[in-house]
Write a protein of this length. Structure first.
Length: 91
């Protein structure tokens, strides 16, 4: 079992974000703390599947709860997210 878990972790490091995930994650590069957007540049809500996939891969993490909209996932980039985009992790 331990070998399978180790192999799964290695496979996760080899994964690359899809185009939609890259568009979402890249927006966090210019924001304080790596905050990720709730809406795309055209004002459409980021698909929940995109956000959840980024969280599942460890590229994003839930950050703060939004009391006005508890169903919104307010996230930020993780160190793995910066690396997946080819950017250094800020200090």
């Amino acid at each position: 079992m331990a070998e399978m878990a180790e192999g799964s972790r290695e496979a996760a490091h080899e994964l690359r974000p899809s185009e939609a995930q890259v568009r979402y994650l890249t927006r966090g590069l210019a924001e304080p703390g790596g905050k990720l957007p709730l809406f795309d540049r055209d004002g459409r809500e980021i698909p929940k599947k995109t956000i959840e996939a980024c969280i599942a891969h460890g590229w994003a993490e839930p950050w703060i709860a939004n009391p006005m909209k508890p169903d919104w996932l307010v996230c930020r980039l993780t160190p793995a997210g910066y690396r997946a985009l080819g950017h250094p992790v800020p200090a």
